[in-house]
Design a protein around this ligand. Structure first.
Ligand code: MTE
Length: 319
């Protein structure tokens, strides 16, 4: 992402919609209309998908049911994951043999119940759900992804933060043998990110372990990653091994790398340009190249759920 890049308006072959995509989209619109009639708010107790489902216990929710989802191929072939290389196709190729097991998650800092947990034990207490979220990259492209995951708020409650816990910091695995991109100092490894605790407690914040009903593909952040859909994609840190509750604001990797370009908050905001390009529009990956770009929405379209987190804040200053 950010520093080494091509123009955000570059169009990749993978962005051109095929005839079958087009037909699927028409079919999808019909199906969505029916589903939307059935439910809008809240969870629907339905299995996630009929066949090839790695998460039979996950429940469907109404999040994003009205969206045209990107294909599994789009989502797994056009990635930002610098631990596996800096081009969009590197992660799929270079993460192919990555083994995200065994995997532990360390939870520490200002909480009553710290510990080091095997991934399965870490996930066990929570209800898995499917949520279809828009992901808007700071580079100017976006996708719609059906994630499988659980509420970060539920996880935080489980660990009982102390009154001093004001922020949550997340850290990616550091293992240059398994993540060869870390042999190059393109970033200050390990990748870290952070949220204010009320942002982390917002009902949209998700810890994700899969997509399209499948275990998380390596290139998308196996085995567990964060998804915060109202912020630029780089806040959604992949392959998390540590979650730390802190009193002071954590320093995130991109903020440290280029503080003038990537703020701590990084909320999607069409009114605050990146210093080197506009953030007013975005290209939906998979859309026909002759189609106009779409307008970027404030908080990526999730203002109703998150705007109150920033009441009274100057979002140009706290970008
Ligand atoms: N997490 C880590 N550890 N390393 C990364 O390079 N890239 C970020 C984010 N999480 C990144 C990361 C960026 S810039 C984006 S846009 C999203 O992951 C992309 O997620 P996706 O590949 O699943 O679409």
């Amino acid at each position: 992402m950010p520093i080494i890049f091509k123009s955000p308006s570059d169009i990749k072959p993978s962005e051109i919609t095929s005839e079958s995509d087009y037909q699927n989209r028409r079919q999808f619109i019909k199906q969505s209309a029916v589903l939307l009639g059935a439910a809008w708010a809240g969870r629907i107790a339905m299995p996630v998908s009929a066949s090839g489902n790695d998460f039979p216990g996950a429940i469907k929710t109404s999040y994003g049911l009205n969206e045209k989802q990107n294909s599994f191929e789009d989502i797994t072939s056009y990635n930002n994951f610098y631990e596996f290389g800096t081009s969009k196709t590197d992660p799929a190729r270079n993460a192919m043999h990555f083994t995200p097991r065994p995997w532990t998650v360390t939870v520490e800092g200002e909480i009553a119940n710290p510990g080091v947990f095997d991934l399965d034990d870490f996930i066990k207490p929570y209800q898995l759900e499917e949520r279809i979220y828009r992901l808007r990259c700071v580079e100017g492209w976006s996708m719609v992804i059906p994630w499988i995951g659980f509420s970060l708020a539920e996880m935080i409650r489980h660990f009982k933060p102390t009154s001093r816990a004001k922020y949550v910091e997340f850290t990616t695995l550091y293992d240059p043998e398994r993540m060869p991109g870390q042999k190059r100092r393109v970033l200050n490894w390990p990748y870290t990110e952070g949220l204010r605790i009320d942002e982390a407690m917002n009902s949209l914040s998700l810890m994700s372990v899969g997509l399209y009903g499948k275990t998380m593909p390596n290139q998308n952040g196996a085995p567990i990653r964060l998804v915060v859909p109202w912020k630029y994609g780089f806040k959604s840190i992949k392959s998390v091994v540590k979650i730390r509750f802190t009193e002071t604001q954590p320093v995130s990797t991109w903020n440290k790398t280029a503080p003038d370009e990537y703020g701590f908050y990084s909320n999607v905001n069409p009114d605050v340009d990146h210093p080197r390009w506009s953030q007013k529009t975005e290209r939906r990956i998979g859309s026909d190249f002759w189609q106009p770009k779409i307008e970027t929405q404030m908080f990526n379209g999730y203002a109703e759920q998150v705007a109150s987190l920033y009441t009274g804040m100057d979002l140009k200053r706290y970008f």
